[in-house]
Design a protein around this ligand. Structure first.
Ligand SMILES: Nc1ncnc2c1ncn2[C@@H]1O[C@H](COP(=O)(O)OP(=O)(O)OP(=O)(O)O)[C@@H](O)[C@H]1O
Length: 298
């Protein structure tokens, strides 16, 4: 039997006023992974994460934490998260904030010094949190989620709004969290960034999970292909399909398998009186794969 996944959803769907914003999502987060949940704005990432944290109720399907329904109190103790902005008292110091969180959760205060070191706030731990930079506030928010030592962490866009240095510090922290033994899910719309630290990726588009696997699997799928950019792409799609090519169309771009004969594609388009802006072999880059999956530039 496969080991119990720390976080998973089973056919998760969520609708608001009859509009499905998450559709049949089967998220499978392996133990000890640093899982990047990617997708353009509105893809349904936050909604999925809110359901996992039992902040939102699924319309259908289930969310499981260590194999238990996410709404069970024992399951909720195994996961903590930061959705939107970090939650802390601005007039209290980092140390005092951790004390409050420990009091509320009945958790030990013994590890506070270690937590502050982990999030690199030891030096700032004695001044009020309102004086912190955005990056420091985010890191304090993460330290707060660690009180009670949950197995898994869910962080919604923790790098949002950070400057390059703040991004780098956050990246370092995410890696340290994984090394500390946590399973971490991080949502983002920045593939370039997440591709630097994630072990696994999930990609959402229009409420659906359109890719899930290890970073290596994602990379392997970023294969080469023949790409045709054309103003009358819809007509070109029809012409090339009738000529026996298999292809997908995203806006004005057509993707054909790498083995497709470039000269034969050109002849078929010319014969139909269609011009193209470019007809090139491309691919092999993570950004191209992301674009092919989501229709959005990374
Ligand atoms: N409480 C709500 N009521 C109605 N619609 C909602 C609600 N919450 C989210 N939505 C809609 O659900 C869709 C998915 O939103 P969600 O926040 O999950 O996407 P996202 O992938 O996290 O995007 P972003 O990167 O912009 O946060 C959006 O169209 C959003 O407007």
């Amino acid at each position: 039997m496969s080991p119990t996944l720390p976080l998973q959803t089973q056919a998760l769907s969520k609708s608001y006023a009859g509009r499905a914003v998450v559709r049949n999502v089967n998220l499978q987060v392996p133990p000890g992974s640093l899982y990047g949940l990617l997708g353009p704005n509105g893809a349904g990432k936050t909604t999925t994460l809110r359901c996992l944290l039992a902040l939102s109720r699924p319309t259908s399907g289930a969310c499981l934490i260590d194999g238990q329904d996410a709404r069970q109190p024992t399951a909720r103790r195994q996961v903590a998260g930061m959705i939107d902005s970090p939650a802390f008292y601005p007039n209290l110091t980092a140390r005092e904030n951790l004390q409050v969180a420990s009091g509320l959760r009945g958790a030990s205060t013994a590890d506070h010094a270690e937590l502050l070191e982990l999030v690199r706030l030891s030096d700032a731990a004695r001044r009020p949190a309102r004086t912190y930079s955005l990056g420091m506030k985010q890191r304090l928010g993460i330290a707060m989620t660690l009180v009670g030592n949950p197995r898994s962490l869910i962080l919604d866009e923790p790098q949002n709004g950070l400057d390059p240095q703040g991004m780098e510090e956050m990246r370092g922290l995410l890696v340290r969290l994984r090394e500390r033994g946590h399973t971490v899910v991080v949502s983002s719309h920045l593939l370039g960034e997440v591709g630097r630290f994630a072990t696994h990726l999930g990609v959402m588009r229009g409420g659906q999970l359109v890719f899930q696997g290890s970073l290596e699997e994602f990379r392997a799928g970023a294969g080469e292909r023949l790409e045709v950019v054309c103003d009358r792409a819809q007509e070109a799609e029809k012409v090339l399909t009738e000529a026996g090519f298999t292809l997908t169309r995203l806006g004005d771009t057509l993707h054909l398998p790498p083995a497709a004969d470039q000269a034969r594609v050109a002849r078929a388009l010319l014969a139909a009186g269609l011009n193209w802006q470019s007809l090139t072999r491309s691919g092999g880059r993570l950004e191209d794969r992301y674009f092919a999956l989501t229709g959005v530039q990374a």
